[in-house]
Design a protein around this ligand. Structure first.
Ligand SMILES: Cc1cc2nc3c(=O)[nH]c(=O)nc-3n(C[C@H](O)[C@H](O)[C@H](O)COP(=O)(O)OP(=O)(O)OC[C@H]3O[C@@H](n4cnc5c(N)ncnc54)[C@H](O)[C@@H]3O)c2cc1C
Length: 394
């Protein structure tokens, strides 16, 4: 596509296929100048503009660009400037050649760096914060079509900002020196896993488990610097061991497509919430739902809209095959998450609107104030974002 070309009538479909729409036009700007032209034209025509990236969110707020790659590295500060269209995988490989690495990754690395930051994408580890917290600055196309540098004071709003402040052209991220990890996977009975949960999270850099409803077994996944972490678990049997660099080992490949609902809970409510879901799935969904449930831990942070804002967090996610009806299952379990003070993942299925979400975030109004400062006329407020952030919450 030529620079700034916009195609009419192209359908946009997300990764799992549950979201599809035909925007009036779909554009892939290849430079900041082209992106500026797009933004100014949309503003002049009184239209709305939404950024989408790799389409791995299954919630409606989802244009990104062909600007790719790691643009600059500040080795002493362990920071890098990354173009908005770059995937975590591509960035991870380039950063490795510079001796740097992301502090963590989620389950996959095919999302863009900016998309992961925008929704608070996380991996698992009691002392590891989500990927939004990597954001240390960057450049954003504002609603006026000007490129602005993200100032330090705006970072708590800009991290996890759902594309509501403007369109990032470049993100500056805080990194670690490149590091190696050893990955062990074990299988155990779910009750044995729960009985040892606290020590498993404490002893391992990255730890999470999948519960398989039909067998009532759990797969325990742990990643540590080589030679460290839990070893020879008496209650579990080891099914695999690998060693490699962090960017090769943390994320996995997913072949099967699924729909997902995930909530972030106060850490102390995690086990009780899991037990309530375990019970409900075994009594009500045994026949229809075979997909595993994923239990992870995320450290607290201060981003205004981070699902881990201000509290140590456990996340629990439900999955169901893409293409099969998932709504009845998710709708049935969502109240359990809500009863445990859960906050929904911004990129996954949930039913909440602004009035309910505002109750869950103590700095909600601070985020809205920054949003209005960045985009007073609401150029980036699509109907879906309006529903999530403003309708009925004033
Ligand atoms: C197979 C799979 C595995 C996953 N694993 C995990 C996991 O382990 N942990 C987890 O937390 N989540 C996980 N997710 C969710 C996923 O990480 C998020 O939905 C993520 O936001 C998707 O990124 P994307 O690049 O596809 O962006 P999109 O989904 O296209 O967009 C995400 C958000 O970013 C905004 N955005 C896009 N580009 C820009 C830009 N240039 N400037 C400003 N805003 C922008 C969009 O408006 C939107 O709000 C998974 C999803 C899938 C499908």
């Amino acid at each position: 596509m030529s620079e700034n070309a916009a195609s009419a009538e192209a359908e946009w479909v997300n990764w799992s296929g549950s979201l599809r729409f035909t925007p009036r036009s779909l554009a892939k700007p290849r430079s900041e100048a082209a992106l500026g032209h797009l933004v100014r034209r949309a503003a002049a025509e009184g239209r709305k503009l939404r950024a989408v990236a790799a389409g791995h969110s299954s919630s409606p707020p989802v244009e990104t660009d062909d600007m790719q790659g790691v643009l600059a590295v500040d080795k002493p500060k362990r920071q890098a400037d990354i173009a908005a269209g770059t995937s975590l995988k591509a960035a991870g490989e380039q950063l490795h050649r510079e001796g740097l690495a992301f502090h963590n990754l989620g389950d996959v690395d095919v999302q863009t760096v900016v998309g992961a930051i925008a929704t608070g994408t996380h991996g698992s580890g009691r002392h590891l914060r989500n990927l939004a917290t990597m954001l240390a600055g960057g450049r954003m196309m504002s609603a006026s079509g000007e490129i602005i540098e993200i100032e330090e004071a705006a970072l708590p709003a800009a991290r996890c900002s759902l594309g509501a402040l403007g369109i990032f052209s470049v993100v500056r991220v805080q990194l670690l020196d490149a590091y190696r990890l050893e990955r062990y996977e074990y299988c155990a009975r779910i009750e044995d896993c729960l009985a040892h949960l606290d020590e498993l999270f404490e002893e391992n850099r990255n730890f999470d488990f999948y519960w398989y409803p039909r067998s009532d077994e759990a797969k325990l996944r742990m990643l540590n610097p080589p030679g460290q972490g839990s070893r020879a678990l008496a209650f579990a049997h080891c099914v695999s061991r690998e060693e490699g660099w962090s960017h090769e080992l943390i994320a996995r490949r997913r072949q099967l497509k699924f729909e997902e609902m995930e909530y972030a809970l106060p850490a102390e409510a995690g086990v009780a919430c899991f037990r309530a879901i375990h019970e409900r799935m075994k009594t009500h969904h045994r026949r229809d739902v075979a997909w595993r449930v994923l239990y992870r831990h995320v450290a607290a942070d201060d981003a205004f809209l981070s699902p881990a804002h201000g509290r140590e967090t456990v996340t629990i996610s439900l999955h169901h095959n893409a293409g099969l009806p998932y709504a009845a299952f998710f709708d049935d379990i969502e109240p359990v998450f809500r009863a445990h003070d859960g906050r929904p993942h911004w990129g996954k299925k949930h039913s909440l609107g602004a009035a309910q979400l505002r109750e869950l975030y103590p700095r909600w109004d601070d985020f809205l104030a920054w949003r209005k400062r960045f985009d007073p006329a609401g150029l980036f407020m699509s109907p879906a974002l309006q529903h999530l952030l403003e309708d009925g919450a004033q």
